[in-house]
Design a protein around this ligand. Sequence first.
Ligand code: CA
Length: 233
Amino acid sequence: MSARRILIVEDEDHLARVVRLNLELDGFRVDVAPDGARARAALASDAFDLIVLDVMLPDADGMDLCRAMRARGDLTPVLMLTAMGETGDRIAGLQSGADDYLPKPFELAELRARVGALLRRARWAESKPPVAPETLRFGAAEVDFAAHEAWMDGQPVALTALELELLRYFADRPGRALSREQLLEDVWSVSGSNSTRTVDNFVMRLRRHFEPEPGQPRHFVSVRGVGYKFVGD
Ligand code: CA
């Protein structure tokens, strides 16, 4: 099997070099783009298995890059590097379509662990053996888990691997109240309650994809004091 490819989009030269070296030691083939223009060129000419994407670039906003990728149906996992401690930044990063975020400064061990987890999850989404149900219909939504395809009102919806996995988790447990902690642990493989906002953001993403009125959800319903439940038809 050829080495999996990672694109690092980072303008801080020293940081980019250290991250590159570490990921290369983990066996990845790594490219670095130091600005938005070169990131766009790399994405247009090559296929990557994962993108490590800095938010603050000299000529671009990493979130805009991520949004543009998702808008053209590119579902490559994105690990976003956000500004130090800016909660708003992290939430905005997830809303732009990133799969995970890491606030700067970070430990290299944590970056490597998160890269590994995102790639395992993406591979799982690609290679999961068929188990029933492979398709899901609710409201005007239709999802084919095996083909990794979804439609809303007959229009294709581009889902990231994580969005699809969360949807699958809900679909396998209709009508059951699921706590944010349980969702984090089972879908994100993260324990503890300090990242439960991540769950809220991904549920918001599913609502925007599949609810005719995301503000009045009928399928991804909040359960007060607990978390969420999925309601089919
Ligand atoms: Ca930067």
